[in-house]
Design a protein around this ligand. Sequence first.
Ligand code: ATP
Ligand code: MG
Length: 414
Amino acid sequence: MKQSMLFAPTLKDAPKDAEVKSHKLLIRAGLVKMTAAGVYSYLPLGQRVMKKIEAIVRDEHDKRGCSELLMPALQPRDLWEESGRWANYGPELMRLKDRKERDFCLGPTHEEVITALVRDHIDSYKKLPLALYQIQTKYRDELRPRFALMRGREFVMKDLYTFSDSEEDLNAWYDTMMDAYTTIFKRAGLDTRIVASSTGQIGGDVAHEFMVMSEVGEDTISYCTKCEYAANQEFSGLTDGDPCPKCGGEIATAKGIEVGNIFKLGTKYSKSMNAYFTDRDGARKPLVMGCYGIGISRTLMAAVEQHSEENSILWPKSITPFDVHIVPLAKGKEAQETIDRLYRSLNDRHDVLLDDRDERAGVKFKDADLIGVPYRIVAGKTLQEGKVEFTDRYKNETVQIPIEDVEERLKQIL
Ligand code: ATP
Ligand code: MG
């Protein structure tokens, strides 16, 4: 892609309301732009990263037998009355009326819709298990929307729901998804920690959260300094110096960003919403459910937080908006032709961003650092001798190489 055609309005300074590093960078690099408090537009660079995160999520779900669907954001009150959450969800639920004065909400989550979908078609154990997920926009009128994508009022979530005929099958799905999430965050280049948590608003029995450890996280995690015990402090109540409930070791605390969570819902929704099936023994039983969420947009933010410095991002290979950034400094017709040829040949195989803008070198480099592409090719003075500067930003290493070697080098690392 030619940078002159990319809508990535980079900024020298961050807006005043941006307190944390990733928030500043998201805006300064032109990844997202605020439309209203807690409501963001994803600009082309941000959208590219989102798509890459989503692709990893889809791959790890599809591989495990989950299938993707898409449910509506607009949901009728009746369904929420059935589950009892029209009254219980509170002011976070975005409520609205249609022209006939009928009540609706904008879905903060989809237990009601999916349970209603499935109950009409799953009448027998023979049709179970079932694992359905979507990647969709959620709405929550958060009391304190902040830190850009961290706590939005509109955000992108992956939500999976499993339907089983027994506790054992639910437990198997739970383990499968714990493994899937571990793989997903690893593939996305994020360092996460699994912590036990309470089930909160969604309800149910057992839950775990996936945390990106970070000073700017809104959650506090109590963990044992001796064994692997870790829990959300909201749930454990444990603080620094307390004894570990598992091994007696010493508890310490740290901040984390919750990027995903998994819940054993059990039969809470199937019972209240009358979703039953006939089992092998002929008995009618409520479906046993699990639900599993990933904050896709929050993951994007956490990735920036974890992989950046004050004025630059360095994307993990798997989610970078572009693989290679060509920054031409040499001027003249001949130089331009050489650079164009290089761009076209690399672009067939990789995602290449070519800075074809008529800007000073300083501006180009500042923007390139902000945008955060891991491999950079600078075509400057030595282009006359047929050479370019190749930078591997992970290794912080720059070498001069002949143009004809660039393709081979990229083949080896990408
Ligand atoms: P939190 O405790 O942060 O409010 P939650 O327990 O309400 O999260 P879920 O309802 O389980 O979260 O949603 C699944 C995932 O969606 C969360 O793990 C998080 O990554 C993401 N998420 C939740 N609320 C928001 C929000 N307001 N903005 C962005 N992402 C969110
Ligand atoms: Mg919440």
